[in-house]
Design a protein around this ligand. Structure first.
Ligand code: AMP
Ligand code: ZN
Ligand code: FE
Ligand code: FE
Length: 272
């Protein structure tokens, strides 16, 4: 049997693994394919492809776009997209600028809570590419405000925590369209975070083609629920570990791995 992990982050966003480390790790864990799905960037894909060139590992170009609806953060995965398309790259640059502004806003909120964090510390940790909450969590840990990154999310910057800022550049409709226009297949990431499953029907009317049914945080009953929903709505089924490297130590590459036939269905959907 061949397996794939379709949700993997690199150092280009908020993971801690380099392209070379990811290719080596995926091969060691017996995977046949991984999809690179960094937050709001395709900056690592060319290098991962290059690293995998002489190996048996297939690299699926992807992205995890951050969008919002009703002040809720919604992540849309895109697969098999043309990661060199200029329209996509231009839009991502705007998203990146928006993310930098968001860091300043979150730092301001933290200040209101008595936490003096320097935004530059966050930017130094993130380096090039996408900056986000994981880098803020690591900065809070570095400066001793929290004992772990998960404490940072729980107390300060988690979706329902006091310093959280949504304010993303893209609506869900725009995110799905951006992926479709780049020739990709749009899939709703980790649907369990949605407050309201009826939104999924709405997203389908925007062009959503799949659901990330297999995900580490999904219970067996949630998996069954989303499998049913995917069937009823005519959606593709995907899955992945949301691998981030050492910042999410319990999640390994391939913690969630899906049968390769689901990858083939995804590939076919792109060709339609
Ligand atoms: P952002 O794109 O800046 O909103 O950050 C989203 C990322 O933050 C996710 O991909 C995770 O890496 C991380 N994250 C969000 N919520 C949590 C949480 N409760 N615990 C740990 N990491 C989280
Ligand atoms: Zn992340
Ligand atoms: Fe996500
Ligand atoms: Fe992710």
């Amino acid at each position: 049997m061949k397996y794939a992990d379709l949700h993997v982050h690199t150092i280009e966003s908020d993971g801690t693994s380099s392209p070379a480390q990811l290719v080596k790790g995926a091969l060691e864990r017996g995977l046949s394919a991984i999809a690179i799905t960094d937050h709001d960037t395709v900056g690592a894909i060319a290098e991962v492809l290059k690293e995998a060139q002489e190996t048996t590992l297939e690299i699926i170009p992807g992205i995890e776009l951050t969008s919002q609806q009703d002040n809720q953060e919604i992540h849309i995965l895109g697969y098999f997209l043309d990661y060199t398309q200029q329209g996509l790259l231009d839009k991502l640059q705007l998203v990146q600028q928006n993310r930098v502004q968001r860091v300043y806003k979150i730092v301001e909120n933290l200040k209101g809570l008595g936490i003096e964090l320097n935004a530059q510390t966050v930017f130094d940790i993130s380096g090039r590419g996408t900056v986000g909450r994981m880098h803020i969590a690591r900065a809070l840990l570095l400066d001793g405000w929290v004992g772990s990154t998960s404490e940072a999310f729980r107390k300060y910057i988690g979706d329902d925590s006091p310093a959280y800022v949504c304010g993303f550049h893209l609506s869900v409709l725009e995110a799905i369209k951006l992926i479709s226009e780049a020739g990709g297949v749009a899939v709703l990431a980790h649907p369990y975070v949605l407050d309201n499953d009826e939104l999924i029907t709405e997203f389908v009317s925007y062009g959503l083609q799949g659901l990330e049914v297999y995900y580490p945080e999904h219970s067996q009953s949630q998996v069954n629920f989303y499998l049913d929903l995917a069937k009823n709505l005519g959606l593709l089924v995907t899955g992945g570990s949301d691998f981030h490297g050492s910042v999410k130590p319990n999640i390994k590459l391939g913690t969630i791995k899906i049968p390769f036939e689901l990858v083939e269905k995804l590939r076919l959907a792109k060709r339609l």
